[in-house]
Design a protein around this ligand. Structure first.
Ligand code: PGA
Length: 251
């Protein structure tokens, strides 16, 4: 049985003060949550403060990106050492906004995934098709390349640690959610690719989150699908009650 994982991707929202307020509100409901892995991914500037708020709880902290390099002349980048110093456990890698606006490619995402695993951080590797891909009937082809290239040369044993997030780009922040059947279909497809790449045991173990306008009202149906193992939540993660509503649906 795969344990569900619900992660809040706060994106470029929340000052330190606001982040502390939100983390405290989430902590009221979820400090002792054992049924679901709960992860908060604030912007880099608020990670320390959020880590301090949740330090004595079961809530995990994640980052929204990480450098593929250890240290050195990489202006604007943040390393694994810096994140681990702040008790970060998960790193979101290859989010569609990073692919789209900052031209991150599968090659670099793969380098980051390898670095994160080598340093005992858990990557949340995002994949997903754009609207034109779906309308052109290319969803599977696009997602397959992202999975095969992004997870290239990752050993089977690592699939208990890493998480895949399927996020159809047309559903992110748009209020348009994939239907549970559409999402389930792609999740099962992704699990099949993992099986082909590294075997049935890893495919059975890997957790695949859905992301894209997940809200408390659609979460129960999405999370009841056999291959949907959690959610990567943007907008609804910025409100403690909504985020709690989604986590509750995963319990
Ligand atoms: P959304 O974002 O929930 O606001 O659609 C999801 C994400 O981008 O991770």
């Amino acid at each position: 049985m795969r344990k569900k994982i619900i992660a809040g991707n706060w994106k470029m929202n929340k000052t330190v003060e606001e982040a502390v307020e939100l983390a405290n509100a989430i902590k009221l409901d979820l400090a002792e949550c054992k049924e679901v892995d709960v992860v908060l991914c604030p912007p880099f500037t608020a990670i320390k403060a959020v880590s301090d708020v949740v330090s004595e709880t079961l809530i995990n902290v994640g980052s929204q990106n990480m450098s593929s390099e250890d240290e050195g002349a990489y202006t604007g980048e943040i390393s694994h050492t810096m994140l681990k110093e702040l008790f970060v456990r998960y790193v979101i890698l290859g989010h569609s906004e990073r692919r789209e606006y900052y031209k991150e490619t599968d090659f670099w995402i793969n380098k980051k995934v390898k670095k994160a695993l080598e340093k005992n951080l858990r990557p949340i590797v995002c994949v997903g098709e754009k609207l034109e891909d779906r309308e052109g009937g290319n969803t599977e082809a696009v997602v397959e390349v992202q999975v095969r290239e992004g997870l290239k040369d990752i050993p089977a044993a690592a699939y208990t640690e890493l998480v895949i997030a399927y996020e159809p780009v047309w559903a992110i922040g748009t209020g348009k959610t994939a239907t549970s059947a559409q999402a389930q279909e792609v999740h099962a497809f992704i699990r099949g690719i993992v099986k082909d790449m590294v075997g049935a045991e890893a495919a059975d173990a890997v957790r695949i989150q859905y992301g894209g306008s997940m809200k408390p009202d659609n979460a129960p149906e999405l999370l009841s699908q056999p291959d949907i193992d959690g959610g990567l939540i943007g907008g609804a993660a910025l409100d403690a009650a909504s985020f709690f509503g989604i986590v509750k649906a995963g319990m």
